[in-house]
Design a protein around this ligand. Structure first.
Ligand code: F6P
Length: 373
């Protein structure tokens, strides 16, 4: 056990702050509910910190009771509110945070969020409590992008994939009715995970994701071939599926409208009936009631986060089904990882150099050629 992650256990009732930060994700409320209820049931006082790190600096803390979280499990977004706060990155912001910790007497903080939030959590773990102990800080991964290291899934991913699949299913109805080609762009920042798994689950014909390493020109040639394949005798268009579905990850900087213009221009003579349309799903993918999977995962990650704080653990994140290199907990699907490792793996995941990123690409490449058949 690294000494950096072990400080004094809570010897009696403590004060635990909880914040949600960065892009909201369905299931954040389920995590908040679970963390609050677990902490209250173990005799602690719980403070909801509104608007993430911004609220911590501005002193927006509200004491929470069971009634505040009883019915939030089914709500998307975050009832605490979220923000992307830049002040906390500066020394003055950290000093202000330290003052707030003294003022409110927090013994520990649970940080629910993605990359930026966990980076903030690591900074928070360097601060002290009013009792002169190091602050206990445990993060919980929540981001629809699935770009957090040391966890096979982050809270919100499962709901986002379900939302993408149901949106593409709807688009497929109108695409089929008009024999059209659709380019559907999905969120995910630099990470192609949502596009990759969304494409498989919605039976798309092609997927564009940054991690493939294809140049924009190569992507365009790949799409031309996909559409040609669909129109050749015996191809998609002469069978039941009279449409072409292309999923594009947000991280691919080639604009969807440019892809449409390119396909229209290049294939017009060859395929006079070709009609392409573009739909950018955008923030629609981030909203909605969390799936059962997200609720359950959130509850279990939050349970372990609070138990870890109580045991005097800090500078850690709870990870889902990713025990490699992690510390086992009483929940066999949840492990603890130190935030330095988490943030290093997150950076590698976003740069597509991590083993996880490479495995995702290899998995997709192994099946991609079947997509357009
Ligand atoms: O990180 C979650 C995410 O939804 C990304 O997929 C997207 O790139 C970004 O946040 C959008 O951020 P904002 O809501 O600030 O526009």
């Amino acid at each position: 056990m690294s000494p950096l992650t072990q400080v004094q256990p809570l010897s009696g009732p403590g004060k635990i702050g909880i914040l949600t930060s960065g892009g909201d994700a369905p299931g954040m409320n389920a995590a908040l509910r679970s963390a609050t209820k677990v902490a209250l049931s173990r005799g602690h006082r719980v403070y909801g910190i509104r608007h993430g790190f911004k609220g911590l600096l501005d002193g927006e803390l509200v004491e929470m009771d069971h009634g505040d979280v009883d019915d939030i499990v089914r709500q998307g977004g975050t009832v605490l509110g979220s923000a992307r706060e830049l002040r906390f990155k500066e020394p003055a912001g950290k000093e202000l945070a330290q003052e707030r910790l003294m003022e409110f007497g927090l013994d520990g903080v649970v940080v629910i969020g993605g990359d930026g939030s966990l980076t903030g959590a690591r900074e928070l773990a360097k601060l002290d409590t009013a009792r002169g102990e190091r602050l206990r800080v445990v993060g919980i991964p929540a981001s629809i992008d699935n770009d957090v290291g040391c966890t096979s899934l982050a809270i919100g991913v499962d709901t986002a994939v379900n939302t993408i699949v149901s949106a593409v299913d709807r688009i497929s109805d109108t695409a089929r009715a008009h024999d059209r080609t659709f380019i559907v762009e999905v969120m995910g920042r630099d990470c192609g995970y949502l596009a990759m798994v969304g494409a498989i689950a919605s039976a798309a014909d092609a997927v564009l994701y940054r991690e493939s390493g294809r140049s924009h020109d190569e992507m365009l040639v790949h799409l031309e071939e996909t559409v040609r394949q669909a129109y050749r005798p015996g191809g998609r268009r002469s069978r039941a599926k009279r449409m072409v579905l292309i999923i594009k990850a947000e991280g691919v900087t080639l604009p969807a409208e440019r892809i449409k213009a390119h396909l229209d221009a290049t294939l017009r003579t060859e395929i006079p009936t070709l009609e392409t349309r573009v739909t950018v799903l955008g923030h629609l993918v981030r909203g909605g009631a969390p799936s059962a999977m997200d609720r359950l995962m959130a509850a279990r990650l939050a349970h372990i986060a609070v138990r870890a704080l109580e045991a005097g653990r800090t500078n850690l994140m709870t990870g889902w089904r990713a025990s490699e290199g992690g510390e086992e907990t009483m929940d066999r699907d949840v492990s603890l990882f130190d935030l330095d490792t988490v943030l290093r793996e997150t950076a590698e995941l976003r740069a597509a150099t991590s083993e996880t990123a490479q495995r995702r690409v290899a998995m997709l490449q192994a099946v991609e050629s079947i997509f357009a058949l």
